[in-house]
Design a binder for this molecule. Structure first.
Ligand code: HEC
Ligand code: HEC
Length: 327
């Protein structure tokens, strides 16, 4: 196995050809880091189940993780190190995926952080390939996959893996397979539609005060006309824990004016003279730049976070059933 790995290594990254522009001494240091990483890897415990079993029990997932590993070795390994452990060139991604949301991971891989030495991969890797790499890194991070080549080590794909972790909310966006639909949606869409639009039920917290569905409502938050394409779990979490992840472009902005007022809303426009915020009451407010003391982006969603109290289980299911009809 060692021989095969070493041979693999040579063909992936012959120094001058594949890695031009990187000083040779850095490459030599990387190689040393790789060998150390490999040796350390040898001492990690290996699960009982055989790779064959992983292949048989979850062939699709197995294939994705294996493909992810291959891309890893071609594109990421030389900086992020063997088994995603990191090197002095780039961070340990096994730790990163515990902190980064799926969305942040995808964005970073696509756009890179050029000024910090992380290349952009959008032209080489499409979403599906990035997802495979992501699954590979997560399998490593969560200890599902022991060190080494996935087709040579013993491992098993646990049932229902991967579960959303930091950001189940973006799982749909990133195309990570959501957990099997554990949730059976037994709601009544017509009752749900009423909850969405009728201010007699939720008052100022009615969804339509901030969202458009079927061309009705107010556009403070994202338009929900196609939200039914997302998984029920995703939608449910978006309603019950809106601040877990904020939909990009809908961050909450808090502006403090020179006369001491705080205005909170979603930034809809900005030019040389003013900033326009959509506030929770559905109104647009233009604030002249000359009056602004301070602008802060908050980590809290503008969407109310108390729907678990405002709605009972039945109402929540009705609402969910309605949202799932929006495609
Ligand atoms: C040329 C070296 C290099 C290569 C090749 C490379 N990266 Fe990076 N990557 C970096 C550096 C350096 C950083 C740290 C950037 C920073 O400081 O913010 C980084 C950061 C990242 C981060 C963010 C980590 C965090 O904790 O914020 C992700 C995710 C990532 N890389 C994924 C990848 C993937 C996937 C590949 C392969 C497709 C890849 N990288 C290939 C150098 C590289
Ligand atoms: C005060 C305004 C406001 C109200 C009321 C509101 N939302 Fe939101 N909602 C937002 C904002 C802003 C976002 C985007 C920020 C975020 O991700 O939390 C959002 C995000 C969402 C998302 C995620 C959309 C996506 O594209 O991923 C869903 C789903 C959602 N809301 C459903 C609802 C439902 C259902 C209700 C009624 C029970 C509701 N919202 C009430 C402001 C609101």
């Amino acid at each position: 196995m060692t021989g095969k790995r070493a041979a693999d290594q040579g063909s992936t990254c012959p120094f001058e050809r594949i890695c031009p522009g990187i000083p040779r001494n850095i490459l030599i240091l990387t190689t040393i880091a790789w060998i150390l990483g490999f040796l350390i890897g040898q001492f990690q415990p290996i699960p009982e189940a055989a790779a064959q079993q992983a292949k048989e029990s979850s062939p699709e997932l197995y294939q994705k993780i294996y493909t992810g590993w291959k891309f890893w070795h071609v594109y990421c390994y030389r900086c992020h190190g063997v088994d995603a452990l990191g090197s002095f060139l780039a961070p340990n991604l096994r730790e990163s995926v515990k902190v980064l949301t799926d969305e942040e991971f995808f964005k970073t891989v696509k756009e890179g952080r050029i000024d910090k030495g992380m290349p952009a991969w959008a032209t080489l890797l499409d979403d599906e390939k990035i997802r495979d790499v992501y699954l590979y890194v997560r399998a490593r991070s969560e200890g599902i996959l022991p060190p080494g080549r996935p087709d040579e080590t013993q491992w098993d794909v646990p049932k229902n893996w991967p579960q959303g972790h930091v950001a189940t909310k973006t799982s749909g966006a990133a195309g990570i397979a959501p957990a099997p639909e554990t949730l059976s949606v037994k709601g009544d869409p017509a009752a749900g539609e009423k909850i969405f639009f009728d201010t007699q039920i939720l008052g100022a917290e009615a969804c339509a005060n901030c969202h458009i569905a079927k061309e009705k409502g107010s556009e403070v938050g994202p338009v929900l006309s196609k939200i039914g394409r997302r998984s029920p779990d995703y939608i449910r979490e978006s309603i019950l824990k809106p601040s877990t992840v904020i939909v990009s472009g809908f961050e909450t902005t808090v502006i403090t004016t020179k006369d001491g007022r705080n205005i909170t809303g979603i930034k809809k426009a900005e030019d040389d003279s003013s900033v326009e915020l959509a506030t929770a009451d559905g109104k647009l407010q233009a604030i002249p730049k000359g009056e602004i003391q301070q602008t802060i982006t908050s980590k809290t969603s503008l969407m109310p976070n108390n729907y678990s109290e405002l709605l009972n289980e039945q109402q929540l299911n009705d609402l969910l059933a309605y949202l799932l009809t929006l495609r």
